[in-house]
Design a protein around this ligand. Structure first.
Ligand code: AGP
Length: 583
């Protein structure tokens, strides 16, 4: 993960500008941050642990600088481990996104040569390696040779205070260059660049760029020059407005009815997606985390409504199942950020096998969006909170509509979505009762959630939401699996949410609820009707498959309230990042 931002050009307030750029990238990691600028022929650095906030920088005027926001991989969250990292002479500053897999061997050699290391990071080998190679090569050649020596999926950006150049190269993580009149920007995504320039160069893997007075693009490993394919985009970056809410997570839960209504209107795009599915011989859904649970729910919709089989696989596992792919297969990737490396990698491999790849993503111009043959935007608006809420429901809405489209009844899908939006509004009006439930379980260590069929993904997603923002151990289970082991964990008072919608799963899931109750469990029923089995009842009205969408909303709110009641920041939970760009 980690976010990278850099600038070289005419402007002289580079510290503040890099800081603004970094703030747009904090979704990629917020363990620590740091900025390096050239100052009177030397490099000055400011680094801090924690989120960026509103620091006052003490840099003097400079026209070249780079900054980094970190999600720790190697080495704890300390100022010493924060990027940028310097060489022994203090002339070279380096930022990194990825993992240098062979750093230990390189570090051993460099230590023998007398280099001094001050951090525990894998990154720090790079400036020292570069310093070593610079003894016999110019900056650009030394950077290229150093980059060729490291292994893994990496993006590295550096500045040299003597040449006043930025060098950057990548094999995995994204890097975008913004080109303006005598100015260059470089960033992990286009978000922070587009307000300055609409001319973008998306670096490909095994490319390197030198930015100074000019832009030079090189092939790796040999260093031959190539023509840059600079694209002019007409993207407008939609700003996220928190409105009356205290946290984005809360606000984004409230955005959901509007998002769902929007999808109900997109019949043409949904029909186009159905057409490519009809033509494929073998369709695979892939996604990570919440997006994977959306895929799983989609496979139930496809089976039930469209009578079609799809293969749903967690994207990080797909590489090990790709032997099934042919040039007739279709791989549909679901990703809010469009940058998740666990999704990007299998898509690239599927594409090499000749399979068609489709992207359902929320971020225009993201890596997944750009590399896919068929693209559809989720159009949920910016999702800022790390915990995905509205993007999950939007994906479910797209999958539900697509299933109805494949069965020739798209209007019915659209009507269900409109009713779902109304039902979510009703649930939101009663958030106080959900806050009370959160208060009641806030001191407990374990929460269980069960569902069957299309409600099984709801159980998984509900548990993920609770885990990631409240740090309470929550487990989502299929009701049927309960007595194959997990029921051993139920004790007197153990809270267990039970998804019991008005569908073919109702009788069986209620039997599972009885089994828990018989062992003293506290049952919180999420259902269209109350039952004597329930200790607490959360009403979710029956709207056919639309209930699978609306029933997650109470769990999203309970997770949110748990987080706030425990005094955590629900928007930036510990150890997480919004975009996961390392394997
Ligand atoms: C969701 O709450 C999580 N933060 C996480 O599971 C997320 O859905 C996953 O990392 C995939 O992200 P993407 O949709 O941006 O690919």
């Amino acid at each position: 993960m980690c976010g990278i931002f850099g600038y070289v050009g005419k402007q002289t307030n580079v510290g503040d500008m890099v800081l603004r750029g970094l703030k747009t990238l904090e979704y990629r990691g917020y363990d620590s941050w740091g900025i390096a600028v050239k100052n009177e022929g030397k490099i000055s650095i400011e680094k801090k642990t924690g989120k960026i906030g509103n620091p006052k920088l003490s840099f003097s005027q400079s026209n070249i600088g780079i900054g980094h926001t970190r999600w720790a991989t190697h080495g704890g969250v300390t100022v010493a481990n924060a990027h940028p990292h310097l060489d022994c002479t203090g002339r070279i500053a380096i930022l990194h996104n990825g993992i240098i897999e062979n750093f230990e061997g390189i570090k051993e050699d460099l230590l023998k040569k007398g280099h001094k290391f001050v951090s525990e990071t894998d990154t720090e080998v790079f400036p020292h390696l570069l310093e070593d190679l610079e003894k016999t090569n110019d900056f650009s050649t030394a950077f290229r040779l150093a980059f060729n020596k490291i292994k893994g999926l990496n993006a590295i950006v550096g500045i040299n205070s003597e040449t006043s150049e930025i060098a950057a190269a990548k094999t995995g993580s994204p890097l975008v260059v913004g080109v303006a009149d005598g100015e260059f920007y470089i960033s992990s995504d286009s978000l922070g660049i587009v307000p300055h320039t609409k001319k973008l160069l998306f670096l490909k893997d095994n490319e390197m760029v030198i930015l100074g007075k000019n832009l030079t693009l090189l092939n790796l490993p040999e260093g031959s020059e190539k023509n840059p394919d600079i694209q002019t985009v007409d993207w407008k970056i939609e700003e996220a407005d928190i409105g009356k809410f205290q946290h984005f997570m809360h606000k984004e839960i409230y955005d959901q009815p509007k998002v769902i209504r929007g999808i109900a209107q997109r019949e043409d795009e949904i029909e186009a997606l159905s057409e490519i599915i009809k033509k494929a011989f073998g369709t695979f859904f892939i996604g990570a985390g919440t997006a994977f649970y959306a895929c799983l729910a989609g496979s139930y919709f496809f089976s039930k409504i469209a009578k079609r089989h799809v293969n749903t696989i967690a994207a990080s596992e797909f590489n090990y199942l790709e032997d099934f792919l042919t040039d007739k297969s279709l791989v549909i990737a679901f990703s809010q950020s469009g940058e998740t490396i666990d999704v990007v990698e299998p898509l690239q491999r599927a594409s090499k096998k000749g399979s068609k790849i489709a992207a359902i993503t929320n971020v225009l111009g993201s890596t997944i969006y750009r590399i896919s043959d068929f693209k559809m935007l989720i159009n949920a608006g910016p999702e800022k909170a790390v915990a995905s809420t509205k993007a999950y429901l939007a994906k479910l809405a797209i999958l539900l509509m697509t299933s109805y489209s494949l069965s020739g009844k798209i209007k019915e899908g659209s009507e269900i979505l409109l009713k779902t939006a109304e039902e979510i509004e009703r649930i939101l009006k009663d958030e106080d009762s959900l806050r009370k439930i959160a208060k009641g379980i806030k001191g407990l260590e374990n929460v269980y959630i069960i569902g069957r069929g299309p409600s099984y993904p709801s159980a998984l997603e509900g548990a993920l939401k609770i885990k990631e923002v409240s740090y309470v151990h929550a487990e989502g289970l299929s009701g049927g699996e309960l007595k194959h082991g997990p029921i051993a964990l139920i004790e007197k008072g153990t809270p267990c949410f039970v998804f019991a919608p008005n569908d073919e799963t109702y009788d069986a899931i209620m039997s599972n609820a009885s089994e828990i109750k018989a062992r003293g469990g506290m049952i919180i029923g999420v259902s269209f009707k109350n039952s004597p089995l329930f200790d607490h009842f959360i009403e979710v009205k029956d709207i056919k498959e639309g209930s699978i969408l609306s029933q997650i909303v109470p769990l999203q709110l309970i997770a949110y309230f748990l987080s706030v009641l425990k005094g955590f920041d629900p928007d930036k939970p510990r150890n997480l990042a919004k975009s996961v760009t390392v394997k």
